[in-house]
Design a protein around this ligand. Structure first.
Ligand code: ATP
Ligand code: SF4
Ligand code: MG
Length: 372
């Protein structure tokens, strides 16, 4: 039997000299001005789309960012890729502060950070061939790979599971899943170090979603590319991301290693999101009864978010303190490995069924009673 190789501790493997993160975001804020007034339009408020976000992504890591519609996920993605200018806070990429970097400073980094968009229909130019679409980033950046761009595009088509012979076809000749593969090939063209994938499968048929997620996972592992994977629910990032952050109204309310987040969630909102995730890994017999929380009602407006804890208007545990003081994002006792939670009255670290289901909307509860 082969013995495990034991390597001496090198500089890279020692925790105290851990390599610097690929991406570090600190206190990131993006407020969009709201205009109003007549006859002179002026700024009357701000959409607090992202409001003080800290996160770290290491080389080759997959980081999941999850939350309901409007909580600021896409804005975060666009800030990281610097398609948007932050209102304040810092974005550091490979040790370089790029928060307000201009076009010239960003040029060498542009190729290293790529984005995959949600909608494979609108993100591909319908008048360009697949070859032109995928080679576009190489042209813009003046990159001529060995053997020529066409050879490279054919290789990329093969990497993403498409027929290289389809080089001259147009996007409308492909299905939704295939189009998203084209989007992946385009993102890979410049050999990026970081890909921000903004809900890359939510516009696809459920039957196709797993195939595209598998492709992304393969790309992440084989090419060592770091991912920020944005999703609506926790089910999709579960098999993809080693670390997961949950966002609510412009803030991260819980973040940690995947296992810790899924097995020992502490924030009530994470509990609610998780109770909507079907348990797929356990068989019927050994599956414990899971809790059931129905999160109803809309996320409050990011123009005037609730004081204190932003989740308090939907939280079943809210008390006076929650309105008065914003809970800091901290490591609670009993949690390890950088599992951080922002809650004054955290939940028990379990997802097992409670004595009673929590149904947050009385109208929904009445409907359920009628059905039973
Ligand atoms: N360019 C903009 N101008 C004004 N408000 C904006 C702009 N972009 C986003 N917003 C607002 O910022 C908030 C966050 O939007 P964002 O698109 O980041 O959310 P999201 O989490 O990606 O939502 P979804 O899941 O629906 O994609 C929303 O209230 C949105 O209306
Ligand atoms: S701080 Fe209060 S309102 Fe916010 S999640 Fe915790 S218990 Fe609920
Ligand atoms: Mg979005």
């Amino acid at each position: 039997m082969k013995e495990d190789l034991v390597l001496p501790a090198t500089r890279e493997t020692r925790a105290d000299t851990a390599p610097e993160p690929l991406l570090e975001v600190s206190g990131l804020v993006k407020h969009f001005p709201v205009k109003g007034g007549f006859p002179i339009r002026r700024t009357v408020g701000a959409v607090q789309a992202v409001d003080g976000l800290d996160l770290t992504v290491h080389a080759g890591e997959s980081f999941g960012l999850v939350g309901e519609s409007g909580c600021g996920k896409s804005t975060t993605g666009r800030l990281i890729t610097r398609l948007l200018e932050p209102t304040s806070g810092t974005i550091t990429y490979r040790g370089q502060d790029i928060s307000h970097a201009g076009r010239r400073q960003l040029a060498p980094i542009r190729s290293e950070i790529q984005m995959i968009f949600q909608d494979p229909y609108s993100s591909l130019n319908p008048r360009q061939t697949v070859g032109k679409i995928i080679s576009g980033p190489m042209e813009i950046n003046g990159i001529s790979p060995e053997g020529g761009r066409e050879k490279r595009v054919r290789e990329l088509l093969e990497t993403v599971g498409l027929n290289p012979e389809h080089y001259n076809r147009f996007p409308h000749e492909f299905s939704g899943g295939q189009r998203q593969r084209i989007g992946v090939a385009r993102a890979l063209a410049l050999e990026p170090k970081l890909i921000v994938a903004d809900e890359p499968v939510s516009a696809l048929d459920v039957s196709i979603q797993a195939q595209v997620v598998n492709l992304l996972q393969q790309v992440q592992k084989d090419l060592g590319i770091a991912f920020v994977f944005i999703a609506h629910d926790l089910a999709i990032v579960r098999h993809f991301s080693q670390r997961v952050a949950v966002m609510y109204l412009g803030k991260i309310i819980e973040v940690g290693d995947r296992d810790s987040i899924y097995a020992r969630p502490r924030h009530p909102y994470t509990h609610a999101l998780l109770s909507a995730v079907p348990e797929v890994t356990l068989t019927e017999e050994d599956s414990p009864q899971r809790e059931r929380i129905r999160l109803a009602g809309d996320v409050p407006s990011p123009i005037s978010p609730p004081s204190g804890c932003r989740f308090r208007t939907r939280c079943w545990k809210a008390q006076d303190k929650c309105a008065a003081e914003e809970p800091p994002l901290i490591q609670l006792s009993g949690n390890r490995n950088g599992h951080l939670t922002a809650c004054h009255f955290p939940e028990d670290p379990t997802t097992e069924a409670r004595e009673e289901d929590i149904v947050l909307d009385p109208a929904l509860a009445a409907l359920e009673e009628d059905r039973n």
